[in-house]
Design a protein around this ligand. Sequence first.
Ligand SMILES: C[S@@+](CC[C@H](N)C(=O)[O-])C[C@H]1O[C@@H](n2cnc3c(N)ncnc32)[C@H](O)[C@@H]1O
Length: 321
Amino acid sequence: MFQSIEHCPEITEAPPLSCPGLTRASRGPAFDIRGRNRIAGSSPAMTKVEPIRFVYRRKNPKEDRVMARSATLENLVSSQFGSQAAAYVASPVHARGEDLRLVADEIAATRPERVLDLGCGGGHVSFAAAPVATEVIAYDLSSEMLAAVAEEAAKRGFANIATHQGTVEQLPFADTSFDMVLSRYSAHHWGDVPAALREAFRVLKPGGRLVMADAVAPVRTVCDTFLQAFEMLRDPSHVRDYSIREWQAMLAATGFTVRATTPGHQPLEFSSWIARMRTPPVFVEAIRALQAAMSEEVRQHFAIEADGSFVLDNAVFVAQR
Ligand SMILES: C[S@@+](CC[C@H](N)C(=O)[O-])C[C@H]1O[C@@H](n2cnc3c(N)ncnc32)[C@H](O)[C@@H]1O
């Protein structure tokens, strides 16, 4: 698929010869660390630099998901989640948790008529809203996720859940048409969170509630960097786990009044965390290697266990339009 290094988006500089899934089809001269050709035998001072042009071909495109190419973040999200819809419906991490309980408490306290669940995934927030609300729209990029939610809603007897496909950055709903907008464990995949928040604000009635629940970045920069690195290795559709301060600033900048911020923790069992995203073995190894190489401070922050299991920081934000 990739004809040259310039067309391989995952590689930003001269790749190692062992670049997974790629074979070096035309072996050029040695390259220096700036990725440029060097004339054999010349001294560094006499080095003539020219752009390097290696041609790389995938060994077996069908077997190798590592180099799969996606035109947009939305394609990547859909391909990551589409085939895993059933796993997200069944996932105990998503079906339970203190954060889900807080979202459910807020729904019960608000008693909304119309609810919008952004990035509904396996539908657990929609299922929490359905017994209270008149109508729930489960909204997601992935048609497979929405089909799984519709099937599960029918099994649970929730006739008031409707599904709708689309991106959070552009909501196909009228201004001031919802009493509550909810979202859980989805925003770290969004390409433009401020745009999505503006849309949430637009579709909410004045006084309406937004409840955002997501993984959050730790305050310590080194822990933040580590988290984003292993999230990205696990799932290339990861964009960013924002910090609590970043969330509060984005919500306020949109015009929301932040009513409550509740930090929490989500223990994650490593093998099921990896299996849910079908993380390729090369990236699983990289996460494990990264975990082994981390400083004690980072290891302790995430409570990393021998099998790779760890504890994620999360938070629930309740905001009002
Ligand atoms: C981990 S799942 C959500 C879990 C679910 N909310 C729950 O509480 O169980 C993340 C979902 O966000 C969706 N998603 C990611 N980016 C999106 C976007 N920009 N617009 C709409 N949905 C998006 C994905 O398709 C996926 O189904």
